[in-house]
Design a protein around this ligand. Structure first.
Ligand code: SF4
Ligand code: SF4
Length: 275
Protein backbone atom coordinates (compact mmCIF):
# COMPACT_ATOMS: atom_id res chain seq x y z
CA UNK A 1 0.00 0.00 0.00
CA UNK A 2 1.37 3.43 -0.89
CA UNK A 3 1.71 6.16 1.74
CA UNK A 4 -0.63 8.95 0.70
CA UNK A 5 0.39 12.37 1.94
CA UNK A 6 -1.33 15.71 1.56
CA UNK A 7 0.36 18.95 2.58
CA UNK A 8 -1.48 22.27 2.74
CA UNK A 9 -0.55 25.78 3.78
CA UNK A 10 -0.28 29.38 2.70
CA UNK A 11 1.97 30.61 -0.13
CA UNK A 12 5.40 31.30 1.37
CA UNK A 13 5.18 28.59 4.03
CA UNK A 14 7.26 26.23 1.92
CA UNK A 15 4.59 23.59 1.17
CA UNK A 16 6.02 22.78 -2.26
CA UNK A 17 9.58 22.75 -0.91
CA UNK A 18 8.59 20.08 1.63
CA UNK A 19 6.85 18.14 -1.16
CA UNK A 20 9.78 18.36 -3.59
CA UNK A 21 12.36 17.27 -1.01
CA UNK A 22 10.13 14.42 0.17
CA UNK A 23 9.59 13.27 -3.43
CA UNK A 24 13.31 13.33 -4.26
CA UNK A 25 14.30 11.63 -0.99
CA UNK A 26 11.77 8.84 -1.68
CA UNK A 27 13.21 8.35 -5.19
CA UNK A 28 16.72 8.26 -3.73
CA UNK A 29 15.50 5.50 -1.37
CA UNK A 30 14.35 3.50 -4.42
CA UNK A 31 10.60 4.13 -4.07
CA UNK A 32 8.01 4.97 -6.69
CA UNK A 33 6.65 8.46 -6.12
CA UNK A 34 3.93 10.68 -7.50
CA UNK A 35 3.73 14.39 -6.74
CA UNK A 36 0.91 16.64 -7.81
CA UNK A 37 1.29 20.29 -6.81
CA UNK A 38 -1.54 22.77 -6.84
CA UNK A 39 -0.13 26.28 -7.30
CA UNK A 40 -2.73 28.09 -9.37
CA UNK A 41 -5.21 28.98 -6.67
CA UNK A 42 -2.40 29.79 -4.24
CA UNK A 43 -1.05 32.44 -6.60
CA UNK A 44 -4.44 34.09 -6.38
CA UNK A 45 -4.31 34.06 -2.58
CA UNK A 46 -5.66 30.57 -1.90
CA UNK A 47 -4.20 27.54 -0.15
CA UNK A 48 -1.14 25.79 -1.59
CA UNK A 49 -1.59 22.02 -1.85
CA UNK A 50 0.65 19.05 -2.62
CA UNK A 51 -0.53 15.48 -3.19
CA UNK A 52 2.25 12.89 -2.78
CA UNK A 53 2.26 9.10 -2.90
CA UNK A 54 5.21 6.88 -1.99
CA UNK A 55 5.09 3.17 -2.80
CA UNK A 56 7.19 0.11 -3.58
CA UNK A 57 4.76 -0.60 -6.44
CA UNK A 58 3.79 1.48 -9.48
CA UNK A 59 1.34 4.28 -8.62
CA UNK A 60 -1.60 4.27 -11.04
CA UNK A 61 -3.13 7.68 -10.32
CA UNK A 62 -1.68 10.69 -8.47
CA UNK A 63 -4.88 11.94 -6.82
CA UNK A 64 -6.61 10.36 -3.82
CA UNK A 65 -9.54 11.13 -1.55
CA UNK A 66 -8.21 10.03 1.88
CA UNK A 67 -4.64 10.47 3.10
CA UNK A 68 -2.47 8.50 5.54
CA UNK A 69 -0.58 11.66 6.48
CA UNK A 70 -2.30 15.04 6.50
CA UNK A 71 -0.07 18.07 7.05
CA UNK A 72 -1.68 21.44 7.68
CA UNK A 73 0.33 24.61 8.23
CA UNK A 74 -2.30 27.34 8.51
CA UNK A 75 -5.79 27.95 9.87
CA UNK A 76 -7.22 28.34 6.38
CA UNK A 77 -5.74 25.08 5.17
CA UNK A 78 -7.50 23.15 7.98
CA UNK A 79 -10.76 23.56 6.06
CA UNK A 80 -9.10 22.40 2.82
CA UNK A 81 -7.67 19.17 4.25
CA UNK A 82 -10.72 18.23 6.35
CA UNK A 83 -12.13 15.85 3.74
CA UNK A 84 -8.86 13.94 3.42
CA UNK A 85 -8.94 12.77 7.05
CA UNK A 86 -9.96 9.20 7.85
CA UNK A 87 -9.78 7.24 11.12
CA UNK A 88 -6.32 6.03 10.09
CA UNK A 89 -4.87 9.42 9.17
CA UNK A 90 -2.08 10.96 11.17
CA UNK A 91 -2.55 14.74 11.18
CA UNK A 92 0.59 16.83 11.59
CA UNK A 93 -0.08 20.51 12.25
CA UNK A 94 1.89 23.62 13.10
CA UNK A 95 0.35 24.54 16.45
CA UNK A 96 2.15 27.91 16.41
CA UNK A 97 0.40 28.94 13.17
CA UNK A 98 -3.11 27.54 13.59
CA UNK A 99 -5.78 29.18 15.73
CA UNK A 100 -6.99 26.97 18.55
CA UNK A 101 -10.62 27.22 17.44
CA UNK A 102 -9.73 25.95 13.96
CA UNK A 103 -7.85 22.92 15.20
CA UNK A 104 -10.52 22.22 17.81
CA UNK A 105 -13.09 22.07 15.02
CA UNK A 106 -10.91 19.50 13.27
CA UNK A 107 -10.32 17.45 16.42
CA UNK A 108 -13.73 15.81 16.04
CA UNK A 109 -12.37 14.16 12.87
CA UNK A 110 -8.84 13.43 14.11
CA UNK A 111 -7.88 10.22 15.89
CA UNK A 112 -4.10 10.64 15.71
CA UNK A 113 -2.10 13.83 15.54
CA UNK A 114 1.24 15.51 16.11
CA UNK A 115 0.99 19.15 17.22
CA UNK A 116 4.36 20.69 16.42
CA UNK A 117 4.94 24.41 17.10
CA UNK A 118 7.35 24.55 14.17
CA UNK A 119 7.26 28.31 13.74
CA UNK A 120 8.13 28.89 17.42
CA UNK A 121 10.89 26.28 17.48
CA UNK A 122 12.32 27.77 14.28
CA UNK A 123 12.22 31.38 15.47
CA UNK A 124 13.52 30.65 18.97
CA UNK A 125 16.23 28.13 18.05
CA UNK A 126 17.09 28.65 14.37
CA UNK A 127 15.30 30.97 11.92
CA UNK A 128 11.66 31.30 10.87
CA UNK A 129 12.79 30.38 7.35
CA UNK A 130 13.29 26.74 8.33
CA UNK A 131 9.90 26.08 9.98
CA UNK A 132 8.95 24.00 6.92
CA UNK A 133 12.10 21.86 7.27
CA UNK A 134 11.13 21.14 10.91
CA UNK A 135 7.79 19.86 9.59
CA UNK A 136 9.67 17.78 7.02
CA UNK A 137 11.71 16.34 9.90
CA UNK A 138 8.50 15.31 11.68
CA UNK A 139 7.31 13.63 8.47
CA UNK A 140 10.67 11.91 7.98
CA UNK A 141 10.23 10.17 11.35
CA UNK A 142 6.89 8.75 10.16
CA UNK A 143 8.00 7.64 6.68
CA UNK A 144 10.26 4.82 7.75
CA UNK A 145 10.68 3.46 4.20
CA UNK A 146 12.74 6.52 3.31
CA UNK A 147 16.13 6.67 5.01
CA UNK A 148 16.90 9.71 7.14
CA UNK A 149 20.23 10.01 5.33
CA UNK A 150 18.32 10.40 2.04
CA UNK A 151 16.27 13.18 3.59
CA UNK A 152 19.46 14.90 4.80
CA UNK A 153 21.22 14.55 1.44
CA UNK A 154 18.20 15.76 -0.50
CA UNK A 155 17.72 18.86 1.67
CA UNK A 156 21.33 19.83 0.96
CA UNK A 157 21.03 19.02 -2.76
CA UNK A 158 17.84 21.03 -3.12
CA UNK A 159 19.38 24.03 -1.38
CA UNK A 160 22.84 23.71 -2.95
CA UNK A 161 22.60 26.97 -4.91
CA UNK A 162 21.50 28.94 -1.84
CA UNK A 163 24.11 27.26 0.38
CA UNK A 164 26.80 28.34 -2.09
CA UNK A 165 25.86 31.94 -1.43
CA UNK A 166 25.11 31.52 2.30
CA UNK A 167 27.07 28.56 3.73
CA UNK A 168 25.36 28.92 7.14
CA UNK A 169 22.15 27.59 5.54
CA UNK A 170 23.66 24.10 5.52
CA UNK A 171 23.84 23.81 9.31
CA UNK A 172 20.55 25.66 9.77
CA UNK A 173 18.58 23.27 7.56
CA UNK A 174 20.34 20.20 8.89
CA UNK A 175 19.51 21.21 12.46
CA UNK A 176 15.90 21.96 11.53
CA UNK A 177 15.47 18.49 9.97
CA UNK A 178 17.01 16.82 13.01
CA UNK A 179 14.90 18.84 15.45
CA UNK A 180 11.71 17.89 13.62
CA UNK A 181 12.66 14.19 13.65
CA UNK A 182 13.59 14.35 17.35
CA UNK A 183 10.36 16.15 18.14
CA UNK A 184 8.37 13.37 16.46
CA UNK A 185 10.34 10.66 18.28
CA UNK A 186 9.65 12.29 21.65
CA UNK A 187 6.02 12.56 20.71
CA UNK A 188 5.89 8.88 19.81
CA UNK A 189 7.70 7.80 22.94
CA UNK A 190 5.09 9.62 25.01
CA UNK A 191 2.31 7.57 23.38
CA UNK A 192 0.72 10.91 22.74
CA UNK A 193 -0.84 9.85 19.46
CA UNK A 194 -3.63 8.15 21.32
CA UNK A 195 -4.81 11.52 22.68
CA UNK A 196 -5.24 10.72 26.39
CA UNK A 197 -7.22 12.93 28.74
CA UNK A 198 -5.50 15.72 30.68
CA UNK A 199 -3.84 15.28 34.02
CA UNK A 200 -2.46 18.61 35.14
CA UNK A 201 -2.44 17.74 38.81
CA UNK A 202 1.16 16.53 39.08
CA UNK A 203 3.33 19.63 39.09
CA UNK A 204 6.51 18.81 40.98
CA UNK A 205 9.03 16.00 40.54
CA UNK A 206 11.95 15.51 42.92
CA UNK A 207 15.14 13.60 43.51
CA UNK A 208 17.44 14.06 46.50
CA UNK A 209 19.17 17.09 44.93
CA UNK A 210 16.58 18.82 42.74
CA UNK A 211 12.92 19.85 42.74
CA UNK A 212 11.59 20.28 39.17
CA UNK A 213 8.21 22.00 38.77
CA UNK A 214 6.07 22.54 35.65
CA UNK A 215 3.28 25.08 35.22
CA UNK A 216 0.84 23.68 32.62
CA UNK A 217 -1.14 26.91 32.52
CA UNK A 218 1.87 28.67 30.91
CA UNK A 219 3.20 25.82 28.74
CA UNK A 220 2.38 25.91 25.02
CA UNK A 221 4.18 22.67 24.18
CA UNK A 222 7.00 24.16 22.11
CA UNK A 223 9.49 21.39 23.08
CA UNK A 224 12.45 23.76 23.59
CA UNK A 225 12.98 22.33 27.08
CA UNK A 226 13.20 18.81 25.63
CA UNK A 227 15.71 19.88 23.03
CA UNK A 228 17.84 21.79 25.57
CA UNK A 229 18.22 19.07 28.22
CA UNK A 230 21.79 17.71 28.11
CA UNK A 231 20.82 14.35 29.64
CA UNK A 232 17.53 13.86 27.75
CA UNK A 233 15.53 13.80 30.98
CA UNK A 234 12.43 15.51 29.52
CA UNK A 235 9.80 13.99 27.21
CA UNK A 236 6.20 14.83 26.46
CA UNK A 237 3.72 13.19 28.81
CA UNK A 238 0.59 11.33 27.72
CA UNK A 239 -1.54 14.15 29.07
CA UNK A 240 -2.47 17.31 27.20
CA UNK A 241 -2.82 20.64 28.91
CA UNK A 242 -5.95 22.73 28.54
CA UNK A 243 -4.58 24.32 25.34
CA UNK A 244 -4.60 20.87 23.74
CA UNK A 245 -0.80 20.85 23.48
CA UNK A 246 1.47 18.28 25.14
CA UNK A 247 3.06 18.87 28.54
CA UNK A 248 6.65 18.04 29.42
CA UNK A 249 7.43 15.48 32.06
CA UNK A 250 10.82 14.80 33.65
CA UNK A 251 12.68 11.63 34.57
CA UNK A 252 14.22 12.55 37.94
CA UNK A 253 16.61 9.64 37.77
CA UNK A 254 18.32 11.49 34.93
CA UNK A 255 17.86 15.15 35.92
CA UNK A 256 21.09 16.80 37.15
CA UNK A 257 19.45 20.13 38.00
CA UNK A 258 21.44 22.18 35.46
CA UNK A 259 18.46 24.53 34.96
CA UNK A 260 18.84 24.75 31.15
CA UNK A 261 15.17 23.85 30.62
CA UNK A 262 14.09 26.65 32.98
CA UNK A 263 16.36 29.17 31.25
CA UNK A 264 15.22 28.34 27.73
CA UNK A 265 11.47 28.12 28.36
CA UNK A 266 10.01 31.25 26.74
CA UNK A 267 6.89 31.05 28.91
CA UNK A 268 8.29 30.56 32.41
CA UNK A 269 6.57 27.18 32.59
CA UNK A 270 9.40 25.35 34.41
CA UNK A 271 11.13 26.00 37.72
CA UNK A 272 14.25 24.13 38.84
CA UNK A 273 15.35 24.40 42.48
CA UNK A 274 18.48 22.83 43.93
CA UNK A 275 17.89 21.47 47.43
S1 SF4 B 1 7.75 24.00 29.41
FE1 SF4 B 1 8.33 25.80 28.23
S2 SF4 B 1 9.95 25.10 26.84
FE2 SF4 B 1 8.91 23.27 27.64
S3 SF4 B 1 7.31 22.77 26.14
FE3 SF4 B 1 6.35 24.10 27.69
S4 SF4 B 1 6.56 26.20 26.88
FE4 SF4 B 1 8.02 24.91 25.74
S1 SF4 C 1 17.34 20.82 34.99
FE1 SF4 C 1 18.82 20.27 33.38
S2 SF4 C 1 18.98 18.04 33.54
FE2 SF4 C 1 17.12 18.62 34.66
S3 SF4 C 1 15.49 18.43 33.17
FE3 SF4 C 1 16.18 20.58 33.12
S4 SF4 C 1 17.71 20.64 31.46
FE4 SF4 C 1 17.41 18.48 32.01
Amino acid sequence: MPAKIIIAGEGGQGVQTIAKILTKAAKKSGKNVSYLPSFGVEQRGGVSLAYIQVSSRPIPYPRFSKADFVVTLSSRSCETIKNFISDNSLVIYDSAEIYEKDINELKAEIKRFVAVPAKNIASEKLSTKVANIIILGVLSAQLKDISFQDFQDTVLMELAAKIKIKPELKELNNSALQMGAEFAQNYESSDHLTGKSPDETVRSFENDKVKWTRFPEYCKGCSLCILSCPVKAITFAKDLNFLGTPMPIVDMEKCIGCGKCMQICPDGAINVEKK
